[in-house]
Write a protein that binds this ligand. Structure first.
Ligand code: FE2
Length: 404
């Protein structure tokens, strides 16, 4: 019997559950100024007290205050909770819950990248259940039943995490220096605005890292064993959009069409992975984030080619499909050649966008703990195409050392 029969069984059970369960898809409005339209719709829905959740860097762009002013003009009282930091942890989430309660909010508007949206999701789940966030981590199935929180509206300002389309929130455990997921369909925002004008100010490095995060979602959802016809189509379309637009958005941040297409790609990749799950790239990247605070997208971009080298033998045809979707397949080449092409293209994209191939902070002394957390995270939760042993993971980590 396979050494991995327990995680395989868990994935098989999840697959059956996925067939029965209906995952909601957030209502999405698109286009320049759709963020203001979303505010209009919140006011029209009768909301009178809204907590806007965002972070400090975004506050400096003036975007959250503009949205808050728009809501206030429509007689909606708004309080801004702008304390969100990268990789929100338990303490931050609990502070946010205090603000929610003190303000007596009727809804939350999350504005920002993955951190503010995930923080808002965690806050709402904590408030609804009255539980500490550490008691909410893991797959929702194991915590039945959980009440629905206040309605969540989301305006993503990066094009990567796809958090606006997922049933998951990532929360950091500072004591353990790792990240955990809270997974529940009730975490999904009810309404989302994809306003490309809000992403034109993103620095190229953030465009690159978040874009590669979106690509990782599409790739891991597609090569995993839990994809459906629907998630596969979303993942391929996201890959196609990223292939055609990420370099453009990186080179010219004001290219509104490229920005809008990257937002669409991030949303589609989010929809794909929230059902089909991710894989070892995320499992390892989460540890690099938890331990060394490597930004999530950057960690994924660095780890992805190595994990794909490892998985390739089990998903050659799938990687070749992705190469065709990205528009980089070689005509007349076989699947193995195109799978290699896909992995090479990811390395080329990283290099062209200034993404390093190693992690400066990584220490060999941390390998055991990174591997233990990564394999625990992945096995039984992610639909892995090829299972990894500790030594396989160790081999990948060695290649990420800056001494290489
Ligand atoms: Fe991600």
């Amino acid at each position: 019997m396979s050494a991995y029969w327990i995680p395989r069984l868990q994935i098989a059970v999840n697959k059956i559950a996925l067939k029965v369960l209906r995952f909601p898809v957030p209502e999405t409005i698109r286009g320049v100024d759709s963020s203001l339209t979303l505010c209009d719709e919140m006011a029209a829905a009768g909301l009178q007290r809204v907590l806007l959740v965002t972070d400090g860097p975004l506050m400096r762009t003036g975007i959250p205050e503009r949205l808050a002013a728009h809501l206030r003009q429509r007689d909606v009282a708004v309080e801004v909770f702008s304390d969100v930091e990268p990789d929100p942890d338990y303490a931050l989430v609990l502070r946010g819950v205090e603000r929610l309660n003190a303000f007596n909010a009727q809804a939350v508007l999350a504005v920002g990248g993955g951190s503010p949206i995930d923080c808002a999701k965690s806050m709402l789940m904590c408030q609804a259940t009255g539980k500490h966030p550490s008691k909410l981590t893991g797959v929702w199935l194991y915590h039945l039943p959980r009440p629905h929180g206040l309605p969540l509206y989301a305006i993503p300002t990066t094009s990567g995490t796809g958090s606006e389309a997922t049933v998951a929130a990532i929360v950091s455990d500072r004591a353990e220096q790792t990240k955990y997921s809270i997974i529940d369909p009730k975490l999904l925002p009810i309404k989302v605005a994809l306003d490309p004008a809000l992403t034109v100010g993103l620095p190229p490095a953030v465009t690159a890292a978040t874009g590669m995060d979106a690509l990782t979602h599409a790739v891991e959802a597609y090569i995993g064993t839990m994809g459906t016809k629907e998630t596969n189509a979303w993942a391929l379309r996201a890959t196609e959009l990223i292939g055609a637009n990420l370099s453009k958005a990186y080179a010219l941040g004001t290219d509104m069409e490229a920005r809008a297409n990257m937002q669409e790609a991030a949303l589609l990749a989010g929809l794909a992975f929230t059902r089909a799950t991710v894989g070892y790239v995320h499992a390892i990247a989460h540890q690099l984030g938890g331990l060394y605070h490597v930004p999530h997208g950057l960690a994924n971009a660095i780890v992805m080619p190595h994990v794909l080298d490892f998985c390739k033998s089990a998903c050659t045809d799938r990687l070749a499909d992705l190469a065709r979707a990205a528009g980089i397949a070689v005509a007349g080449a076989n699947d193995t050649e195109n799978a290699d092409r896909m992995i090479a293209w990811i390395r080329e994209m990283n290099a062209a966008m200034g993404i390093p191939s190693t992690v400066n902070a990584l220490r060999e002394a941390d390998f055991d703990r990174i591997i233990a957390h990564a394999l625990t995270e992945a096995h039984g939760t992610y639909a892995i195409p090829r299972y990894m042993q500790k030594d396989d993971a160790r081999g990948i980590l060695r290649q990420l050392l800056a001494t290489n």
